[in-house]
Design a binder for this molecule. Structure first.
Ligand code: NAD
Length: 421
């Protein structure tokens, strides 16, 4: 592993958590490395008749607690290191929520916005052709992530079914409803974060009228803004990859959603309804109570962490706060609700989808929401209690909570299962 890789940064959290538990060194050693990471080159025919190839990976980080679970990202800067780190986080996220899964992740190094719909479909099918031997409903279950969506999951589930010669809806989650997708998957990540904040609001010192800034106005960002606004909170700033807009008295969410639906940046709403343009990085320092990073990794770093005015950070993105920034925020008393808890609503409803696919019996939306709320509140409060009793951050407490479950499972398997004596 190279020095200062993303995974190195992530493993700092594992060591920190291990200090608060009496855990066998073998358990920690096992969790420091991905079980398997497979790399493939996907070759597809472009619409103009030429051929192009794209690097792709699928990582099964740890399957101690069940089949590996994690999304597939299409991004031009994806790397094997990023995929393994995201899979490590999935391992802990599933354990935080007590889902019967290990952690996995996949990616294709591609800018999907540069592909036509037919090229995107061919690429999605090529991914499944390359990794069909690795995935499976009892082995490794993909889902959507950055720049992938239910349409892509539908193509992938279809391709898998064609390869194995039968319909296997439980192989992939985040599918269209018509192919066995679950109700409530679309807003699940944001909704989970929303239930968490709502349940811990008084402990966190958050009032009934919060001012909220959202970094990244994509799937997770748009839904959290809508859910909080519907409860009477004020969305004072949002950003996307091209810039940000702010309005002290609240942004016009309908105008923002309309701009995004037309493929425009939120920045293009500047001038409407009191919207003022900011740079994407200025959003972090906007005056607010709750800051919601919902874009990509490492967006809050030692260079901008000191500018944060929010008292609480809700990490809907994976790994948005670097470990250096984390320490700066903790020293200033800013509470960070960590990704492996805060954005676990997505994988939790993915789990519900997998359960429904296996039962062939589908639940109404109210049941999905109620089950998600119950799990978020139970695990969120459990982690809050660990953080209070051990006087540690919510992030360390979440890792402690998950690590104790992982350790129990690793030991239950028998350590000779993993290490040659
Ligand atoms: P998305 O592609 O729908 O949205 C990402 C948004 O981030 C886009 O609006 C993009 O313009 C914006 N962005 C990119 N670079 C930016 C920058 N420099 N500054 C500000 N904004 C920027 O993706 P998503 O599904 O909403 O995922 C967002 C994050 O949430 C990712 O970290 C993802 O891993 C995590 N997450 C998503 C889910 C889910 O169910 N969608 C589940 C768990 C975690």
């Amino acid at each position: 592993m190279s020095e200062n890789s993303l995974l190195d940064h992530a493993l700092v959290r594992l060591d920190e958590a291990a200090r608060h538990l009496n855990i066998d060194a073998d358990v920690i050693e096992k969790l420091k490395y991905a079980r398997e990471t497979t790399k493939a080159r996907l070759m597809i025919r472009m619409d103009d008749g030429s051929r192009k190839s794209f690097l792709a990976w699928r990582c099964r980080y740890d399957d101690t607690r069940g089949p590996t679970k994690g999304g597939i990202r299409f991004h031009p800067e994806s790397t094997a290191d990023e995929v393994e780190t995201l899979a490590f986080w999935m391992t802990f996220k599933c354990a935080v929520m007590n889902l019967p899964y290990g952690g996995g992740k996949g990616a294709v190094q591609v800018d999907p916005r540069a592909l036509s719909k037919t090229e995107l479909e061919r690429l999605s099918r090529a991914y499944i052709q390359a990794f069909a031997r690795i995935i499976g409903p009892d082995r490794d279950i993909p889902a959507p992530d950055v720049y992938t969506n239910s349409m892509i999951m539908g193509w992938m589930a279809d391709e898998y079914g064609q390869i194995v010669g039968e319909t296997v809806p439980a192989v992939i989650t985040g599918k269209p409803i018509a192919l066995g997708g679950s109700l409530g998957r679309g807003d699940a990540t944001a909704r989970g974060g929303y239930y968490l904040v709502r349940n811990l609001a008084s402990e966190l010192g958050l009032g009934e009228r919060m001012r909220v800034a959202v970094q990244g106005f994509g799937n997770a960002g748009q839904y959290i803004a809508q859910l909080l606004a519907a409860d009477g909170h004020t969305i004072v700033a949002v950003s996307d990859s091209s810039g940000a807009v702010a309005a002290k008295d609240g942004l016009d969410l309908d105008a923002l959603m309309a701009a995004k639906a037309k493929g425009k940046s939120v920045r293009e709403t500047a001038g409407q309804g009191g919207h003022v343009a900011l740079s994407a990085d200025e959003l972090v320092g906007v005056d607010c109570d709750l800051l919601v990073p919902a874009a990509l990794e490492n967006m809050i770093h030692k260079g901008n962490a000191e500018t944060i005015k929010a008292r609480v950070v809700l990490e809907l993105a994976n790994g948005p706060v670097t470990s250096e920034a984390d320490a700066l925020l903790e020293a200033r008393g800013v509470v960070v609700l960590p990704d492996i808890l805060a954005n676990a609503g997505g994988v939790t409803v993915s789990y519900f989808e997998w359960v429904q696919n296996r039962q062939g019996f589908y639940w109404p939306l109210e049941e999905i929401h109620e089950r998600l709320r119950t799990i978020m509140e139970r695990e969120g409060r459990g982690i809050w209690d660990v953080s209070q009793s051990k006087k540690i951050s919510m992030r360390t407490a979440a890792y402690v909570h998950a690590l104790s479950r992982l350790a129990e499972a690793i030991e239950a398997h028998g350590t000779q299962n993993f290490f040659a004596s």
